[in-house]
Design a protein around this ligand. Structure first.
Ligand code: HEC
Length: 128
């Protein structure tokens, strides 16, 4: 196989994959439940509504956030109560960090857990 053919194949495969992901992510309705947990997509600037589960998010928060934002209050990080940041901004913040707040990759906090922790943050009056 020539290098040119290989390159073409790689491009075709790439296009196919993107097409599959796009199709897989659409429609389907409510049934299935766990469809947000599929990896691969970058949700860090996803503007959509919070779909997570606050009870599950409490554990994520305890593990990754409470050290600097104890009970949503000020510690190393600022108090989180009644902030008006959009979910997309906080998704971005969690994935990329800011100042002394570290970034959390999907290997630490999965996309699903990130949605859960966002849902938990609404308990502090965030996003309202
Ligand atoms: C090592 C300490 C630390 C940890 C762990 C941490 N944060 Fe932060 N956080 C900070 C600091 C410091 C800031 C202020 C950042 C700045 O000044 O720009 C901050 C800011 C924030 C803000 C406000 C951002 C804004 O601009 O309005 C939110 C919301 C937040 N953190 C949520 C979280 C969540 C959710 C987690 C867990 C996934 C978490 N933090 C983990 C230190 C931390």
């Amino acid at each position: 196989m020539t290098g040119k053919t290989k390159g073409l194949l790689a491009i075709l495969t790439g296009v196919l994959c993107v097409g599959l992901i796009a199709c897989g992510g659409e429609g389907g309705g409510e049934e299935g439940g766990e469809e947000h947990s599929s990896g691969g997509e970058d949700l860090s600037m996803y503007e959509g509504p919070i779909t997570g589960d606050a009870a599950a998010g409490e554990t994520v928060y305890a593990n990754f956030c409470a050290g600097c934002h104890p009970d949503g209050g000020a510690g190393v990080g600022p108090d989180l109560h009644d902030r008006t940041d959009s979910p997309a901004e906080i998704r971005y913040l969690i994935r990329n960090g800011e100042d002394r707040m570290p970034a959390f990759g999907a290997d630490q906090i999965s996309d699903e857990d990130m949605e859960n922790v966002l849902a938990y943050l609404t308990n502090f009056g965030m996003f309202q």
